[in-house]
Design a protein around this ligand. Sequence first.
Ligand code: EPZ
Length: 437
Amino acid sequence: MDKLVVAGGISLRGRVAISGAKNASLAILCAAVMAGELVTLENVPDIRDVQVMVDILRSLGAQIHRTTPSGSLRILMTEPPAQMPPYHLAKQLRASNLLLGPLVARFGRAEIPLPGGCNIGTRPMDLHFKGLTALGAQLSLERGTVVARAAGLEGNRVYLDFPSVGATENIMMAACLAQGQTVIENAAREPEVVDLANFLNCLGARVRGAGTDVIKIEGVDSLGGCLRYAVIPDRIEAGTFMVAAAATRGEVILENVIPRHLEPLIAKLREAGVEIEEEEDRIRVRASGPLSPIDIKTMPYPGFPTDMQSQMMALLSTIPGTSVIVENIFENRFKVVDELKRMGARIKVEGRLAVVEGVERLQGACVRATDLRAGAALVVAGLMAEGETRIGNVVYIDRGYFNLEQKLKMLGARIWRTSSEADAPAQNGTARKSAMV
Ligand code: EPZ
């Protein structure tokens, strides 16, 4: 199993280009099965979750080709799926459930194994079921597979008890091919929902209001293709690099970003004393002196993103004073705490609340990623720590970050991937000369 080795103590400096958004790409790939003609997507990151989603779509009979390493994907799906996605693929990511709406809307039937993904909570699908049922689909759970059937969908009004990103996306996609108008109330407002809506409208759908808590969709008979659609930049990858720059007291310029999507994080980093300059598609992050402890509450967008909670916890673990983190979105998203404590962090968890007492410096140790963003947090911690940190379960990190080591190395980090099982980190901080990538 691969490990990432990080030699801490180097301030990151330089420029980094941010890749396309994982969570927008996954939803848009699912929406592409509704297109009756060729779809070309740009800026889709070649990360593991995208590779798995491409394999799932191919298993449904879609023709998909990645035209260039830069991320362009060409997709064509003309026939109903001959089979349902294989369990070993669908279980690898939560977003496989986003195929329910598109398949039942276009082909009248969908069979999706209950999804997998990061184990950060129970992650039920009741709101997905509520919305698709409201549009006239019959849903059932048969031997671990969600089966959806519909002779045709009818527009309806759906109120979401919680502004679920996935449920909003599934209902919005299905509603595009329903008869009449659908209104989604208390809809998720995340930028990835807006990007999906823009893509659907590129196919000829009629979606209005995405980005607000009320989305209206006028159903159409069919959807066409899209010659070129570019996915938005990944705000969570960008946020991860911003936090890493602050944690190492460096100075980094992020390129290919949409600063507006990062407002909640920018506000919190500024509150801690990080200097941030926003330009049209760039952000400069700089930290030199001492930073201040802050309190964070994760909320649906435009609140502080839950996907940045673990990375911020790593940063706060070495800021003198007491910081409090409340995780309001997922009930089990503090698993990184045990790993950070192995590095000397002082964190106390009570339910959805974590109290972080900043320590002078973390110590490099052997740790393992427990989910995607926890893995990213351990990289941030390793960049700050004294000595080497060896991070296991790197496959979690590869799910959501494209070329992470290479991008960090370009900023001066000493980070490399190794498959060696030797676990003892070097004591004096000199990097082991194992397989350098
Ligand atoms: C999406 O997950 C993202 N994943 C997650 O990113 C992100 O953390 C999350 O939205 C919140 O922003 C993708 O887009 C592929 P939710 P999703 O439905 O859609 C509860 C990452 O690291 N809920 O908004 O699954 C649920 O239990 C990943 O990139 C219900 O109760 O999130 C959770 O507590 C992790 N019933 C809350 O809503 C439902 O039917 C938020 O879930 C659906 C959700």
